[in-house]
Design a protein around this ligand. Sequence first.
Ligand code: CUA
Length: 284
Amino acid sequence: MNIHTYEKVWLVAAMVLIVGFIATITYGSVGLGITMVGDQQPTIEPSEISDDERFGEPRVEHVGENEYEAYVVAQTFAFYPDPIEVPANSEVTFYVTARDVIHSFSVVGTNINTMVIPGEISEMTVEFDEPGEYGIVCNEYCGPGHHNMEGQLHVVPEDEFDMTELSVDADDELELGDEATFNVTVENRLLDDLETTAALEIGDETLEEELTVAGGDLEETTFTVDTNDLGEGEHDWTVTVDDEEESGTLTVVEELETDEETESGNGDDDENDDGETDGGDDDE
Ligand code: CUA
């Protein structure tokens, strides 16, 4: 049988392509571990995401030395948390689920790309060696806002990364002579201990307190300021811990307006300010 030369060339080329395709698919599934979404993770009821231990509060968690887990929720038309912040030189496992319809989680300029399906949890482990900022886009058509669905992934330098959260509980309004208290809570969500300084600035005063917050724990401290030192008026205050900052305003008045009649008996207060007596008259 005589086979034409061109016929032979095409036969061989077709065989090479077929073998090549099978080889790349095999390498992808065995070598690179590319799998279908949801193969490794249990399913999740989309209506129960808000109560879910992992996805109820989308966030990044520190789980080991240089190891992080990011719990991400995609919904029309945003990703949570946004931005996702992780340190450089880390290994991050993303767990992504959808609250409503099918989305995708694609980090532009990287090979991080997965479908996100309601009820399923997509898992990917990625190493970040260098700091950088990446856009996250949705590349599954998910509704009229699909083209606006985007997020940010920030890989920050290791020494700039922290997982410190600050909250301050402070008085809004006080009488002269009262003691103003600022209850400061510092939460350290890293596994390593955090040595830091909490600082309160109010008026000309700066108060500082050294704090050591154990990994995964929180520490409280209280600053007190004598309102006599501040004087009457509005005083802006700021509490800082590392890069975290919280601020507010404390108003100090000569006498607070109260609903109940109180015998304050402050005999040393000789000044008679007409404006302040109005409140007292209304109560009677
Ligand atoms: Cu979400 Cu397109």
